[in-house]
Write a protein that binds this ligand. Structure first.
Ligand code: AMP
Ligand code: GLY
Length: 428
């Protein structure tokens, strides 16, 4: 198969790394890709949201399968666009339709979907600018802290957890009346605060059947001990000890099954991944959010644990034959440590030369925000730069392998957290 993968992050390097290991892959193209994908596939200078360009490329290179990494092209309707063009109407694509992607593109839509389909989630109300008075009155009756969420995509910044009524009221006004998150906050979901431990659950679906992939824990804050600003994710661990089989059974029965059944019942065309961000609240799962793609950096920890043929999984999703695919998961541990540019998630300098070790035993280095400069040196180009995944038969060994490699990678002002997985080690 000739495969086109869209995206440019660590997630996409991990996808590419798995795809090229499959005997079913003849040629892999990544658009736009990064310096890591360029080593194992052919990068294409096309944006993942250039629908016309992607369509032309598919025809020119006889692409047999398209795999969409990030949410943006999905929310903008790439899948519907390809289906509307005669030459690509029946092309297998991994990624949901625009309506399916609304599960991530609109928090209000996704909350209503959960309510209709009996999926456990926090209590909420949605408000628009002309309902500001009702919104402020609603806040007065809620307990604290309270969560305010911009309805639309806000690059991971649209969620505010407010500790006081005053803060909640002024934030609601800023979001609705002053467009704090632009158009994304023209609607605001006000939601009950859930306590517990978060877990990322990944489901592959062809819209009818599903396979639950390995779960992972993400480390979102920039600072050690989960302090400081939120980031795209600073590390990941898989498997997760508190996600034992009794808990995962509840997740499947109470969340995964009604979600997939809801998609089918509501005729939402969905061939792709559902990433369920959930809270383990005293042993009961509650959905915090749906994403319509895999997580980053969770993917870099999750995919290496898939032992069955990965292109087979992608084909099963895209062609509606997932029920015939046998998913085999390794019991071993994967841990991912993300190395970022100093200053991230705020402003940071780009263009520093990165030196990578020759040997990376027991680990693999995935690229995210990397590029080659005109001299051909590898340099940092984004906030999250590299994701190093270590493997081991236990968590400690996997962490040792990840950090042994991380400690041999340098560039100016590089930063990473040294405490990935430590909270889980303490539970063991
Ligand atoms: P999101 O952008 O929806 O992923 O939310 C960002 C983060 O805010 C989540 O990963 C949680 O840590 C936190 N969060 C969102 N909703 C809630 C909630 N209802 N209760 C507690 N924490 C929440
Ligand atoms: N790591 C969280 C995300 O991909 O949204």
């Amino acid at each position: 198969m000739n495969i086109l993968l869209l995206g440019s992050g660590g997630r996409e390097h991990a996808f590419a790394w798995k795809i090229v290991q499959s005997p079913d892959c003849s040629r892999l193209f990544v658009a736009p890709g990064n310096a890591g994908t360029a080593q194992i596939a052919q990068n294409v200078a096309l944006s993942a949201t250039d629908f016309q360009g992607i369509h032309q490329f598919i025809l020119a290179e006889s692409i047999d399968l398209v795999v969409v990494g990030p949410e943006e092209p999905l929310v903008k309707g790439l899948v519907d666009f390809l289906q509307s063009q005669p030459e690509t109407a029946h092309l297998p694509v991994v990624g949901p339709s625009k309506l399916g992607a609304t599960l991530e593109g609109s928090k209000d839509f996704s909350k209503r979907f959960m309510q209709r389909n009996g999926v456990p989630t926090a209590a909420y109300e949605t408000f628009t600018a002309d309902q500001i008075d009702a919104g402020l009155a609603y806040l007065e009756k809620q307990s604290l802290p309270i969560v305010l969420k911009a309805d639309g995509l806000a690059a991971g910044k649209g969620v505010l957890i407010c500790g006081s009524l005053e803060e909640a009221k002024s934030s609601l006004k800023e979001m609705l009346l002053e467009a704090k998150f632009g158009d994304a906050s023209s609607k605001v979901v006000v939601e009950e605060f859930l306590t517990g431990i978060e877990l990322s659950v990944f489901v592959a679906t062809d819209g009818k059947s599903y396979k639950i992939l390995p779960e992972a824990k993400d480390y979102k804050r920039i600072g050690e001990g989960d302090t400081g600003l939120n980031t795209g994710g600073m590390g990941a661990v898989s498997p997760v000890i508190f996600a034992d089989s009794a808990f995962m059974q509840k997740v499947e029965e109470k969340i995964v099954k009604p979600t997939i059944a809801g998609l089918e019942k509501e005729k939402i065309d969905y061939k792709g991944f559902v990433f369920i961000g959930l809270m383990n609240n005293n042993g009961e799962p509650f959905v915090i959010e749906y994403n319509v793609r895999m997580g980053d950096p969770e993917t870099e920890a999750v995919l290496p644990r898939i032992e069955s043929d990965f292109v087979g999984l992608l084909k099963g999703i895209a062609t509606g034959t997932l029920d015939q695919y046998e998913l085999i998961i390794s019991p071993n541990y994967s841990t991912t440590v993300v190395m970022v540019s100093g200053g991230y998630p705020g402003s940071y300098e780009k263009g520093f030369s990165i030196s990578l070790p020759e040997k990376t035993d027991g680990s693999v280095v995935f690229h995210a925000g990397t590029a080659l400069n005109p001299e051909g040196d590898l340099v940092n180009q984004g906030g999250r730069v590299l994701a190093i995944t270590g493997f081991g038969s236990d968590l400690k060994g996997a962490l040792e392998n990840a950090y042994a490699t991380v400690n041999h990678i340098t560039w100016e002002k590089a930063y990473f957290r040294r405490d990935i997985g430590q909270d889980i080690l303490k539970l063991m």
